[in-house]
Ligand binder design. Structure first.
Ligand code: COA
Ligand code: MG
Length: 293
């Protein structure tokens, strides 16, 4: 079962690290995690300024465990300077873009440990999440995150991958992702489950279409995703709703557990005209455990 270490991870709201206003709003929002961005939403000339602004925003946050920082990728040579400024502020975690395998998380772990020690923060307390499908090479390493230190979640991205591929479009006329992006989504899901961390769906850039967002969030949750990235505050409520088990789901799970409890010698039982066997029981127990019921 996925270890969530008590941290809720349904909704992750990005805010540009050079916007004090948006960072403040993201931290004050109902997002489970506010993701202060130092990467794509900050131009190179503003990185230094943004690092200081991100550190200040973390220092002002009432609950730092839910304030995370997306640093620049290891390949770009900016990650260490990002960490030099932000780790001492004590963010809940670091989000690593363009990760190309579990060894990248090990590299980041060493960088974090050094800075935690300098800042007097318990080594290992800063968690990590990784974006694992943003390059062609990354797609081939999604199954290598088992045991990666500090890792609690994995997400995927279509924007950087399509840019590297030189692809003109990500989706077909029906709005569905084309095969390579569906594969990225599936590899993220499989890699995360294999590593025992939470799979997190990528962003929906069309932030005004909340109906499409909710449909998509529900669909990916049904596939096994545990949360979703967001770029606009309006996306948080639909995401939180979609990733919270409904009363109906909980009632069904309880009924499944009861059906097996009533038939302790049966490997399979019938319920409402359906056959239930052990995997159904395990799913029901997991849903109830995650909901704390
Ligand atoms: N976090 C916090 N607050 C946000 C926000 C975010 N991601 N996006 C918008 N807001 C705020 C705006 O500042 C605005 O506040 P106001 O009403 O006090 O003026 C309010 O929400 C409504 O914003 P709206 O006018 O609907 O959107 P916008 O045109 O200002 O911004 C984006 C649109 C896409 C530029 C903006 O949502 C954004 O910057 N998103 C995050 C981008 C990012 O970090 N990308 C990197 C990861 S892919
Ligand atoms: Mg990107």
């Amino acid at each position: 079962m996925t270890q969530t270490t008590g941290l809720r991870m349904r909704s992750w709201l990005f805010a540009p690290g050079d916007s004090e206003k948006k960072m403040g709003k993201a931290i004050a929002s109902d997002a489970d995690i506010a993701l202060l961005d130092l990467e794509d939403s900050v131009v190179p000339d503003r990185k230094t300024e943004a690092r200081a602004m991100v550190a200040a925003a973390i220092n002002n946050a009432p609950d730092k465990t839910r304030v995370w920082v997306r640093v620049n990728p290891l390949s770009g040579g900016l990650t260490e300077a990002d960490l030099d400024t932000v780790i001492a502020a004590g963010p809940g975690g670091v989000f690593l873009p363009k990760a190309e395998g579990g060894h990248d998380v090990e590299t980041l772990d060493a960088m974090l440990t050094a800075r935690e020690k300098t800042a007097g923060i318990a080594p290992g307390s800063t968690k990590v999440a990784a974006l694992v499908t943003e390059t062609a090479a990354a797609m081939f390493t999604t199954g290598t995150y088992d045991g990666a230190p500090r890792l609690v979640a994995m997400s995927w991205g279509a924007e950087d991958l399509s840019s590297e591929l030189g692809a003109r479009e990500q989706r077909g006329p029906d709005g569905e992702y084309s095969h390579v992006y569906e594969m990225a989504r599936s590899l993220c899901l499989l890699g995360a489950v294999k590593a025992g961390v939470a799979p997190i769906e990528t962003v929906q850039p069309e932030f005004r279409d909340l109906e499409a967002l909710e449909t998509r969030a529900r669909r990916v949750r049904a596939q096994g995703f545990r949360g979703m990235l967001a770029i606009h505050p309006a996306q948080i409520a639909p995401i939180n709703t979609a990733f919270t088990p409904s009363a109906e789901e909980l009632a069904h799970a309880r009924a499944v557990v009861q059906a097996f409890a009533d038939n302790p010698d049966a490997g399979t039982v019938a319920m409402d005209g359906n056959m239930l066997d052990r995997p159904h029981l395990a799913l029901a127990q997991r849903l109830l455990a995650e909901a704390g019921k």
